[in-house]
Write a protein that binds this ligand. Sequence first.
Ligand SMILES: Nc1ncnc2c1ncn2[C@@H]1O[C@H](COP(=O)(O)OP(=O)(O)OP(=O)(O)O)[C@@H](O)[C@H]1O
Ligand SMILES: Nc1ncnc2c1ncn2[C@@H]1O[C@H](COP(=O)(O)OP(=O)(O)OP(=O)(O)O)[C@@H](O)[C@H]1O
Ligand SMILES: [Mg+2]
Ligand SMILES: [Mg+2]
Lengths: 254, 254
Amino acid sequence: MTQLIAVTNEKGGVAKTTTVLSLGGALVEAGYEVLLVDLDAQANLTLGLGITPAKVRRSVADVLLNSASVLSISRETPIPGLDLLPSNADMGLAERFLSIRQNYELLLKNALSGLTSYDYILVDCPPSLGAVTINAMTAANLILIPTQPEYFSVHGLRGVLAAIRRIRSQHNPDVNYRVLITMMDRRNRIHHNMSEQLRATFGEGVFQTVIETDTKLRESTVIGLPITHFFSRSRSAIQYRALAQELTQNVQET
Amino acid sequence: MTQLIAVTNEKGGVAKTTTVLSLGGALVEAGYEVLLVDLDAQANLTLGLGITPAKVRRSVADVLLNSASVLSISRETPIPGLDLLPSNADMGLAERFLSIRQNYELLLKNALSGLTSYDYILVDCPPSLGAVTINAMTAANLILIPTQPEYFSVHGLRGVLAAIRRIRSQHNPDVNYRVLITMMDRRNRIHHNMSEQLRATFGEGVFQTVIETDTKLRESTVIGLPITHFFSRSRSAIQYRALAQELTQNVQET
Ligand SMILES: Nc1ncnc2c1ncn2[C@@H]1O[C@H](COP(=O)(O)OP(=O)(O)OP(=O)(O)O)[C@@H](O)[C@H]1O
Ligand SMILES: Nc1ncnc2c1ncn2[C@@H]1O[C@H](COP(=O)(O)OP(=O)(O)OP(=O)(O)O)[C@@H](O)[C@H]1O
Ligand SMILES: [Mg+2]
Ligand SMILES: [Mg+2]
């Protein structure tokens, strides 16, 4: 049964795209068939796989706005078993014009419903809680919320959880969520305190796995490969593999 | 003559809010009268000044959506000479519903036009190029673009510059822009290479002042004060003062 995971947080720069790229790489290494979906007009996920967004003629925006089929836009990536639905600047139009349609929240879920050959579909969201992110949350089995252990990030969880409550009451009552601590600097006192606070507040709702800062991740985005396939023995590759293992063992109720 | 500076970048987590807070503190220290405007539904600028967004009943959203007067929502902050137009979650509604109005781009410019007693108005934008950010760019004399010297951030400038070209051709032909390098780690090779690339591409269009990583900035957000008033001798307080000086001396053509 295909598991769809929406990776989202209204807070910017918390490693949403990096998590989709790296977790995707780790899941493929573990033998799963994986589809990545780029819902951000910035198209960083597309860029992070070595594809120039300006050269993408048909993107996920065509699927959402013009009912293009998913298969007509999907691409293979340099990694066998890892496919991509790319984004481009048109996604900005989707953000502005989707919400005036009736039942716009279900567009992504319906478009992806036939893709039963994938074990996991990972969706990268923009830093907002607008129409595009709502689509991803409505289609999701799990909402994975990357969070830096910093004041603005932790405060921002409130808005994301309010959106999840709305989604549960409308179209997706069974969706779970889990928080992933990212870009953690173990020597930093604020990071330590905020991580403790997150575990105290969310308990099982926080992944055991923590992703620490690792400058190799910055290098992998320039090269256009997930960290698992760029620098296999790096700290972040090892940590994202641990995340993939934790995820595949138990997508828990929260 | 009041100078309005919109601090914006579609890329998330590049220190837009931190720059508005810190630069605001530095300008007030130098004797200027300053108004900060929070246009982000996350309301991090409001939070960073010690105000709980959930308790803000009337925000900038009321000004944009319901023609509330600016004076009816403006607040003093703990810092004399530094006032704030706060945000709250209603700003999400502004992002969704503004763009269907005729000439929506001019709403902020018109609302702020009577505030001649301020020397500087600094506007914090959400990580997007939607209707709210377009309002800020249209009202601005200068668009300040904080950018981390990393691949996704530098690539994202393309989208911001395209938006500036559109704004110049429509309602604001004289607006300038300048890039500010933020969260720089001088020991990091990628940061060094990307900074060189930015200077080679933009020349004078990049501030001389660079803001380096400084964990004291993280602590100041928790306390609710700009870094200049929280830890006056810290590296980032000194660098944001240098930025204020560079800004007040020459808001150059780019
Ligand atoms: N663990 C890490 N260690 C060091 N750098 C990291 C780490 N994770 C991500 N980064 C870097 O931090 C920056 C922010 O990450 P990323 O772009 O993935 O965040 P995002 O949440 O997708 O941002 P946005 O809100 O703009 O979509 C990127 O330049 C990325 O390379
Ligand atoms: N120079 C710096 N050194 C260390 N940390 C910093 C620095 N500048 C900002 N930060 C921290 O990095 C995080 C991101 O900064 P900030 O929230 O200001 O970015 P932003 O661009 O406003 O994000 P968003 O796109 O979500 O609005 C914050 O937790 C902030 O405290
Ligand atoms: Mg991203
Ligand atoms: Mg911000």
